[in-house]
Design a protein around this ligand. Sequence first.
Ligand code: ADP
Ligand code: MG
Length: 313
Amino acid sequence: RIVLRELTEIMIKNPDISPSGTFSNLDPSIFHKRHLKRVRILGEGNFGKVTLYMYDPNNDGTGERVAVKALKQDGGQTQHECWMKEIDILKSLYHPNIVKYKGCCTEQGGQIVQLIMEYLPLGSLKEHIIASKPGVPQCLLFAQQICQGMAYLHSKRYIHRDLAARNVLVENDNMVKIGDFGLTKHIPEGEGYYRVRENGDSPVYWYAIECLKESKFSFSSDVWSFGVTLYEILTRCDYRMSPPKKLVEMLGPAQGQMIVTALIALLERRKTLPCPKDCPQEVYMLMKQCWDIDPLLRPPFDSLIERVETIRK
Ligand code: ADP
Ligand code: MG
């Protein structure tokens, strides 16, 4: 019996050596590379690449579709640590409006780790909205669900830092989920913000003014980004009205490093994105409140849920 127990332990620690169909089924969050069949690329962002796979351990076509996220290229130790953090954060989140973690697929003794998530067939909110042109009530339903996911994230003391239509996923016309936790950070109890040290690519046109000025990210700066996401939804993600395009038009000539300086000056003059074409005034008012210069005056997600719901009804 001792031998059997030791054997079991060895196999749990080294899932790749256990014969398929026996020990490999013990932990449903362990996915084996040999059972993953590539279907197509779903999308690519700055750091990650997401691919649709069929996970078919019985090899008879009865498998399930999963979305697999991997790092785009090997960016060294720091990037690997950020990546493992992203996986741990997603693993700890359970909410109907947050994409579900399913497990990991590990290769080369943990040097390569892929994140397995549920597959959302309609892709990102950005792609879906461009294709389906939803009416205002449906736009507001999506907005409310984003607020619900964000209120939950904030209740766990995480800030997202990259909320945008490209990072929201669509299950069906009545259900969206927040995805991409690549820039998410934990805010310790008693502290109000997170200060970035690394200067990676930043989605500056979604950033609150204090993020641009002082690299200060907080629960309230996520609310600002939600305002920009709400603007994207109501413009139906029309590229001619996109936040980068509109804000650059308003900036006038500025390049490189000067763009952020010019953007700060613009926001300080209280210039904001325009009201989208068929957007109700009360929805535009809500956006503007999310873009208040004073972070403390921006409404928290709990109250945004109610405000959006009231406008919807
Ligand atoms: P990155 O960190 O590189 O920005 P994302 O997690 O945002 O990566 O994913 C990039 C794109 O891949 C998304 O915009 C979306 O189109 C697609 N995608 C990501 N996750 C899923 C999923 N679970 N189901 C379907 N499509 C997905
Ligand atoms: Mg992304």
